[in-house]
Design a protein around this ligand. Sequence first.
Ligand code: KQY
Length: 367
Amino acid sequence: MRIIKDTTPLADGFRMPGEFEPHEGCIMIFPERSDSWQYGGYAARKAFVEIAGAIAESEKVTVCASAKQYDNARALLPEAIRVVEMSNNDAWARDYCPTFVTNDKGVIRGIDWGFNAWGGLEDGLYFPWDKDNAMARKLCDLMDKDVYDHRDFILEGGSIHVDGEGTCLVTEACLLSKGRNPQLSREQIEQQLREYLNVSTIIWLPCGIYQDETNEHVDNICAFTAPGEVVLAWTDNQEDVQYEMSLACLRVLEQARDAKGRKLKVHKLPLPEPVCITKEECKGLDLCWDEPTRVPGERLAASYVNFYIANKHIVMPGFGDPADEKAKNILQELFPTREIVQIYARDILIGGGNIHCITQQIPSERL
Ligand code: KQY
């Protein structure tokens, strides 16, 4: 594996493909952190196994597990899934496994962004995060892909969505947050995205989902379903604090033009009724540096937008809410060639994210 320090994907003719383009595989990490996942992660592991199994129906899945969890992961996961031992601080593959870019010869390279647990000592969610930060490079080595070293720029995979045709979606709340790259201006941050993702248009949504502890990652509020088309997490309830947040994003999307000059088609994806953590669930969470990570009654950042686009499936969360079916039907219409698999995801949501946050696609080498 070559560590590339002196050039960028843009200069070398590489771009980040849209998630809806063909995949070679998907990376996940087996959960075990007891202040993220209730009762030591037992229920979360069951949900991860179900999700990995659904994705493995149409692409090669690699699950990274700690030395402590390796045997358990190997026993619980289907044989077709590759399990590798790799140390980690937690299980958010989207955020610190490599972002992959590809060129017109089908060559794949990784990007190793800096990771500081969503805000470092300013407002990050745990310390230390060194093992997570080391994963992108280890995975590129394992998968025999050259890797761009960009550890001096803090970015998580969940904070970007691209259409593969030159457009990138981000939120101001996240990318301009104090805990990431406070020394860089908005224009300088845009320049990093242009050079590393090979995009020319960046659409800045003001915010994400209420209470999203990542400083409101875009992958929980808005996602490309095809070039020129997005889904936006939506509520019609004007009493809900989320209403104004989603409306502010809608206003930006309605005004935007993508890199090809198209107006975006915006599909509203309903939100479930607010999902709040119970006292019983909180009892199952260990403290993080003597502080509870959640308090009973706290609203969690539930959203159906946090789905994964696999080669033949859409793997989406369900919350046991009447809107589950509605959201599923909307995604089925938007992805007519893919089967929608809805997986009950409360145990992942309690960790602070959802199915998109725990998966990272590897684009296909075939053109
Ligand atoms: O990408 C995400 N949504 C990660 C959230 C991390 C939460 C840590 N408890």
